[in-house]
Design a binder for this molecule. Structure first.
Ligand code: A2P
Length: 262
């Protein structure tokens, strides 16, 4: 008989309820949400698996803070210590989550503004999947622009599903109707739009296509999430536009977080 795994006090055991594979590199999974687990939309937690005692990886919670379930969007790294195994989880399996959420991609780290830009590449969309499903976002901002850039079209599937889900959702549908703009682009394959987000910002093409004015520190706020180089380059452009970085203890005009992998 298998013994139930010992779960330390600082860890929740989550039961997998749903798994969806998008490509051979990307999948999402949903679990139950322990009643006592509280987090702010946009925060991340440490995820592990029973039997992999020392392997913990940071994951943004992709579901919003009001949701009964927890959702995670993950890359599959063939020899990654966690994701090489996590990608094989099935309905009913146990996933471990450390109890303490944290992170800077939260409303508390931004000063008030009118328009919120959420720039993401790859799995960097995950924290924004939470934020764009949180009513607080639409109470705080008149307009929300979420951008997602991936290498190929197939990698945009999670974002496209998300937008469909929001549009058809009982209260988010109305709430987001004239406020939420989704912009997707690819860099290694032809698609509806092409190019790195940095080039699209730098050339002004993003604003031209969306019929919006260039970044303005007076009214625009920015969150960004992607690889280290993406963050460095995007941050430079946002700073050039005159925005200054915020944190939980000192809110500002933009905040950054690295997308995680492994
Ligand atoms: P590219 O195909 O030109 O490298 P990755 O999977 O490597 O994190 O890439 C996800 C997306 O982020 C890709 O479309 C990639 O474009 C883009 N990207 C990579 N580096 C940067 C960067 N420094 N600035 C902006 N976008 C980047």
């Amino acid at each position: 008989m298998n013994e139930a795994p010992q779960i330390p006090d600082n860890v929740f055991g989550l039961t997998v309820q749903e798994i969806e594979h998008y490509t051979d590199r990307l999948f999402r999974f949903r679990t139950n949400r322990p009643q006592e687990f509280r987090f702010r939309s946009g925060e991340f937690v440490m995820i592990g698996l029973p039997g992999l005692e020392r392997v913990w990886r940071a994951y943004s919670v992709a579901s919003p803070s009001w949701d009964d379930a927890l959702e995670f969007y993950s890359i599959k790294v063939p020899d990654g210590p966690l994701t090489s195994q996590l990608q094989h989880i099935d309905h009913g399996d146990l996933v471990l989550m450390k109890k303490k959420p944290t992170g800077t991609l939260v409303h508390d780290a931004l000063i008030p503004g009118k328009r919120l830009y959420l720039f993401s590449t790859g799995t960097g969309l995950a924290p924004f999947a939470s934020i764009i499903r949180d009513p607080e976002t639409y109470e705080k901002f008149d307009q929300v622009v979420v951008t997602h850039t991936c290498r190929i079209n197939a990698e945009l599937a999670y974002g496209a599903h998300l937008m469909e889900e929001i549009k058809n959702h009982e209260f988010l549908g109305d709430m987001t109707q004239n406020k939420l703009i989704h912009f997707a682009s690819t860099t290694r394959e032809e698609g509806t739009h092409q190019g790195r987000i940095t080039d699209l910002i730098d050339t002004g093409k993003l604003f031209e296509l969306l019929d919006l004015p260039p970044l303005d520190p007076e009214c625009d706020r920015v969150m960004m999430c992607g690889s280290m180089p993406m963050i460095q380059d995007t941050k430079e452009l946002v700073e050039q536009a005159g925005l200054s970085e915020g944190s939980n203890s000192r809110p500002g005009q933009f905040v950054v977080e690295r997308a995680f992998a492994g």
